[in-house]
Design a protein around this ligand. Structure first.
Ligand code: AMP
Ligand code: MG
Length: 379
């Protein structure tokens, strides 16, 4: 019966047919493989553009996906340079430089965006009970951490400057767009918030250019727009595991291991349309007498915050807020910091202390995976 099926009417077998047309059949199969390969690749691949530049004293990488990605990335880089020109401590003629170098008590005209960032800085000064303080400049300059002038100051030098740090000495006139420093020797340093603002501007520019998917890494301040497209390898892996797969996936962001080399991570969080900003002792520091002195200063003691925290990560919808909060919470410490974050809607935190204990806000539980088991999640 079976044999009969395999015999053609003219008496030839299928085998003979295949052998006769082998070349054509092989070409046909190869064409199908090439065609389906191209089709499959195009499903997983998307036009994209990536650029890295040193701005705001840090390495900035932006990657955008979609047709307009090149234009969007270059506009975003230009915008960050503009923000540096407005808010840099060091660039003569920046808004901040002008405010800091004005005659005592003078009102200085500034741009709308500087006004906005300073205003937010003052707000975070309030809600962090002064632990976040944009008038940290005299102290951050004294320590000079991350600069060639970094050194351990004497207790007397610190003591003398403590009174100069108070964000309430900043007077803001929104109507006339001016800033006035009401006390002598006060100075503004937006180092803990300007990069955050730049991150929000990156996302705004991406959206303006019709980009649906992008990420920015502004020296560890991460912003992600939309979701990540599933890669071919991930697709194969999840099919292998018989998992349900979606073409759009949350971005997976590594949380820096505070003890590890830059780029090594101890946990992964899954996010989309979020800012993820970390303040940590590992960013800029020096060691003396077996002690690490880092760049985040407690405005009340004048010394680098020393409360057992190694890093504070904030995840929320806005990168300016995340930046200010990560610094503020880092100074406030675990207990007060977590309490503040829990009181804010749609803001999450990951706090790591020097016992390798990790505390997170409740809503993060589903989306975090500790990958280095030396670190323990504490309830
Ligand atoms: P970040 O890395 O965002 O936590 O910001 C740290 C930078 O902000 C430092 O390099 C200082 O320029 C500035 N800074 C340090 N301590 C404070 C503080 N307590 N409040 C606000 N800004 C600070
Ligand atoms: Mg910050």
């Amino acid at each position: 019966m079976l044999f009969q099926i395999l015999v053609f009417k003219d008496g030839g077998t299928y085998l003979q047919f295949i052998l006769r047309h082998l070349k054509k059949i092989l070409i046909f199969i190869i064409l199908i493989i090439i065609f389906s390969g191209i089709t499959l690749a195009s499903v997983f691949k998307e036009r994209s553009h990536i650029q890295t530049k040193y701005i705001l004293s840090t390495m900035i990488t932006i990657k955008a996906f979609g047709n307009n990605s090149k234009q969007a990335v270059s506009e975003a880089m230009i915008r960050i340079e503009q923000i540096e020109d407005l808010m840099s401590l060091y660039k003569e003629d920046s808004d901040i430089w002008k405010v800091n170098n004005a005659i005592a008590g003078a009102k200085v005209k500034v741009s709308e965006e500087t006004l906005e960032v300073v205003n937010k800085g003052l707000y975070y000064g309030d809600i962090s009970n002064g632990n976040f303080d944009i008038t940290i400049k005299p102290l951050s300059e004294l320590w000079g951490i991350g600069t060639e002038n970094q050194r351990l100051p004497t207790p007397n030098e610190i003591e003398k400057l403590l009174d100069t740090v108070n964000y309430k000495n900043v007077e803001l006139d929104r109507d006339n767009k001016t800033i006035r420093l009401v006390a002598d020797n006060t100075g503004i340093d937006l180092g803990a918030i300007a990069k955050g603002y730049a991150g929000d501007e990156v996302i705004r520019i991406m959206k303006e250019n019709g980009i649906k998917r992008a990420y920015g890494d502004l020296g560890g301040n991460i912003v992600v727009l939309g979701k990540k497209k599933l890669g071919l390898l991930d697709y194969i892996k999840s099919n292998f595991k018989k998992e349900k797969t979606y073409m759009d996936q949350d971005w997976r962001i590594g949380i820096q291991d505070p003890y590890g080399v830059r780029g090594s991570y101890m946990a992964i969080v899954k996010v989309s349309d979020k800012a993820i900003v970390t303040s940590g002792i590992y960013e800029r520091n020096f060691e003396e007498g077996g002690k690490i002195y880092h760049h985040i200063i407690d405005p009340f003691t004048g010394y680098p915050a020393d409360n057992g925290l190694l890093s504070a990560t904030i995840i929320c919808n806005n990168s300016t807020d995340a930046d200010a909060l990560s610094t503020g919470v880092f100074v406030m410490g675990e207990e007060k910091g977590l309490k503040l974050i829990e009181s804010l809607p749609s803001v999450e935190a990951i706090l790591i202390n020097n016992k390798k204990e990790v505390r997170i806000t409740s809503a993060l539980k589903e989306n975090i995976k500790i990958v280095d088991t030396d670190f323990k999640l504490i309830d």
